[in-house]
Each structure stands twice: as C-alpha cells, then as structure tokens.
Ligand binder design. Structure first.
Ligand SMILES: NC(=O)c1ccc[n+]([C@@H]2O[C@H](COP(=O)([O-])OP(=O)(O)OC[C@H]3O[C@@H](n4cnc5c(N)ncnc54)[C@H](O)[C@@H]3O)[C@@H](O)[C@H]2O)c1
Length: 347
C-alpha cells in the first residue's frame, strides 16, 4: 500500500508527524507494510519555488492508494493560493465528491452540551465536495470602489447532487442505519435547492427501509446543538457541510478531534483532519493530533484494512479515557506525547 503524505503548513506538520508515527506502528503490529512518500507541498515550498504543486502533481497523487494531508493555510500567502491548488484542486481534479465526516463523541466529559453524552453524539455527515459555491465561478465589477459588485455562483448539477445523496443512503443501508436527513435552504434558494429536493425524493424512493427526513439548514444547525441524538446520517451541500461539520467537531470535544475523508469510491481518496493550520499553535507541541490520527483510521477503513482502523480508534479512545490528551480537551500532554501514547496503546 502506497500513501502520499502532505504535511502542509502550521500545525499540519505537527499532527502529521504523529499520524505517521501511528500509521507506522499499526503497520508493524499487523505486519502489513505501508510505503509512505512525503511530498513537500505547502507554503514554504510555494514561497521558495513559486510553485503550488508541480506539473503533473494531480497525476502523481492518482498513482497512490491514498493521500494524507495535515492542513494548509499560511498568513504569508494571504490569498492561500497554494492551499486552493493543493486541497481544493485535488478535490476537483480527483473528483473526490464525497466529504465523509463521522461525528462520534469518545467520552462524555468532552461533550460541550449539558446532560448529553456519547449516546447523543454519533452520526455521519456527507458533504458534497465538488460543487456549490466552492467552484469559484463569479467575478467582481468596480472592485475596490464604493460601487463594487461581487458575484459568486452556486453550482448544483443533477449528477453531483444525485451521487452524494445516493452515497449517503447507500452508506446508511450498508451500516444498518435507518435515518437519513437532507439539509438545504430550498425555501430561499428556490432554483438550486429545488434540485436537491427533487433528487432527495427520487433517491429516497429507492430505499424504502430508510426514513428520509428534510430540515432547512438553519433548523439543522439549531437541532445539532439542542438534540444531536436524532441524527444518524446527514447529507448536505458543500458550504453547509463545511459549516455544520465544525459544529460536529465542537460536539466531539473540539476541532482537534474531528477526522475526514474526501472520497471517490474505488479511486485514490484523500484523508485529513477537519481543522486548519492554526498558525498561532504551530511548532509549539500543543496541537491535538487525534483528528489527524483518526483520519488515518478512516483511510485504512476505506482501503479495506478494517482491523487496523479499529485498532487505531480503540487506541485513541483508550488514550482519551485515560486523560492522556492535549490541553484543548483537558489534558496536559504535548502533541508528541499524545502520539507516543496512542502508538504504545497499539502494541
Ligand atoms: N483543511 C484545511 O487544510 C483547512 C481547514 C480549515 C482552515 N484552513 C486554513 O487554516 C488557517 C487557519 O484557519 P482557522 O484559524 O480559521 O481554523 P483552524 O482550524 O486552523 O483553527 C480554529 C481554532 O481551532 C483551534 N484548533 C484547530 N485545530 C486544533 C488542534 N489540532 N488542536 C488544538 N486546537 C485546534 C485553533 O486554536 C483555533 O482556535 C487558514 O489559513 C485557513 O484557511 C485549512
């Protein structure tokens, strides 16, 4: 198995060291070799060479079984051009249309909600990952003047909406789940989100055993805080998914705990923690590496190496239970020490 590793910027570098440590440990415990290739792409590389990723970069990524990314974003590159090319570019070029974000609370004490615990926070969000407002279509007229007009288009295609909604239902069906909730803003966005409504009903009809419900995105954001236990699978568009999965991260104890996969089933997919590069924390041995390590588990699960994935999840859970964590979730250990404990728990 060959994995490309892009540590990226800021705390992306810190957490990637730990994710790789755990990956190498699990590979040795299970005696299942994993070959890693570190790609230096990120802000430093861009500032040194002027190159975001090299010619043929996306084809290079396609030649791996999977790609792991730490995080991208650096204040020295104000428009974050490198992050756009490396991360958004890969999502588009490799057509990674499923953004898969499990939201699972590992210990009751991490839940920020009163009287809620593990039984209430255990669902999966599928965010459409190749369309919506992230395609960058639009423009500015009279930029920089008081008359400036800015237009940013939202793209919704039948193909794009259908494949993400169908993936969400198929996931529910194969994981013995019985509820899929679709969130849109079809009351206000009467063109694009009417398409979401139509496709949702069409796909739901194929899965009569699954309760298909709909909530407007503003209501869903409220219910995620008031009553997250009602959800099993949520499916939504690119922008809304981006926002609600940060709420999901908070429900898990913080952004440092949240993992994600950017998938195209059957093809090279990309795995990354949900958090960004958090520049103020970079290089200080304080970033929580668990989201990155759980992203490695998602990667192994997606590649069919379920036993290794489960072993990593169990090791993270045991480490959280033992209180051996970074300060963001109440512990007193550093990034490296948490990585060491999780790797040790795999033995
Ligand atoms: N996928 C990505 O690579 C990605 C995602 C989001 C933001 N970004 C980029 O990251 C940069 C910073 O963005 P931001 O500050 O809005 O978001 P961020 O996720 O980097 O940080 C937000 C907050 O969460 C905390 N946090 C995040 N990860 C943590 C961790 N592992 N451990 C402990 N605390 C953690 C930070 O202290 C900060 O207060 C920007 O350049 C942004 O564009 C990249």
């Amino acid at each position: 198995m060959q994995i490309a590793v892009i540590a990226g910027d800021g705390i992306g570098k810190d957490v990637t060291v730990e994710a790789v440590k755990v990956l190498q440990q699990v590979s040795s415990v299970f005696d299942a070799p994993i070959v890693l290739e570190h790609l230096p792409w990120g802000a430093d590389h861009f500032l040194r060479t002027g190159e975001t990723l090299p010619a043929g970069g996306y084809d290079l990524l396609r030649s791996f079984d999977a790609v792991f990314v730490g995080a991208l974003g650096d204040p020295r590159v104000p428009d974050n051009r490198h992050a756009r090319d490396i991360l958004l570019g890969t999502r588009f070029e490799l057509d990674l249309y499923v953004n898969y974000r499990p939201v699972r609370l590992l210990a009751d004490r991490l839940c920020p909600l009163k009287h809620r615990g593990r039984a209430d926070v255990n669902f999966v969000v599928f965010r459409e990952n190749t369309e919506g407002v992230y395609v960058g279509i639009g423009g500015r007229f009279k930029a920089g003047t008081p008359d400036e007009v800015a237009i940013q288009e939202e793209i919704n295609t039948y193909k794009g909406v259908h494949r993400i909604i169908r993936y969400a239902f198929a996931y529910a069906a194969t994981h013995n789940l019985t509820k899929v909730c679709m969130a849109d803003k079809s009351n206000a966005m009467q063109q694009g989100h009417a398409l979401w409504q139509r496709v949702f009903h069409e796909v739901a009809a194929e899965f009569p055993g699954i309760a298909a419900t709909h909530q407007y995105i503003d209501a869903l954001a409220m219910f995620l805080v008031r009553d997250p236990g009602q959800y099993e699978v949520i499916v939504t568009n690119n922008l809304f998914g981006d926002i609600v999965t940060d709420i999901g991260g908070a429900l898990q104890g913080g952004l440092g705990m949240a993992a994600s996969g950017n998938l195209h089933p059957g093809r090279t997919s990309l795995f990354e923690p949900v958090h960004g590069s958090a520049p103020p924390l970079a290089g200080r041995n304080v970033a929580n590496p668990m989201g990155a390590i759980l992203s490695v588990a998602l990667m192994l699960e997606t590649l069919g190496r379920t036993a290794e994935a489960k072993a990593i999840e169990a090791a993270v859970e045991a480490t959280v239970r033992a209180g051996e964590t970074t300060a963001d979730i109440g512990g007193s250990l550093g990034t490296r020490e948490v990585g060491d404990r999780i790797a040790a728990a795999l033995m």
